[in-house]
Design a protein around this ligand. Sequence first.
Ligand code: 5GP
Length: 200
Amino acid sequence: MAGLLVVISGPSGAGKGTIYNSILQRMPEIVKSVSVTTREPRGNEKDGVEYFFRSEEQFDKMIESDGFLEYANVFEHRYGTPKKHVLDMIEAGKTVMLEIDVKGAAQIKSKFPSCVTVFIMPPTFAELEKRLRDRATDKEDSIVIRLSEAKTELSRYKMFDYFITNDELSDAIDCAVSIIKAERIKTARNENKILKLLNE
Ligand code: 5GP
């Protein structure tokens, strides 16, 4: 793999979206991937910015044409990572970052073992529940489902390379940025550079 593929994942309400956007602000050279979803846009969301909003039929067509790197059902809707853009950018040596659910992260890790997977989790489940309630976007039954799903997601912790506790947001962002910086300078990812130096 020429570039670096970073996967930010974790339960709903853990703050992974906020952390993802903050990493992009701090490291503007990172390429983001815009996912395809069958859910309706919320608030000011625009097609092609937060997501590509597509019908169920269009989503099926993308599956048939092998257009996804991964896709999964997340709370009643479907979400998928378009394949071509991510592969092209990695081929070009860029760092590409995905913010996807744990089922999607598992698919990416098995296809690309050298990708870097990061799990984001609040300090406790009680705190996760509080955050889900505070954001007030979910109804009671949906909060219960999200909490039980969160346990299942955390139980898959072994496929993640890093585990960030999102207690103090700025610390969690610092950790994520440090991970990406350290991964980039791993010897194994820099062999070409090293061999070039040896040939000077
Ligand atoms: P939301 O609808 O709130 O934007 O996102 C719901 C969930 O879908 C979040 O957990 C988010 O990480 C996940 N998600 C967003 N895009 C993708 C994707 O392309 N693939 C997968 N597997 N999950 C995604």
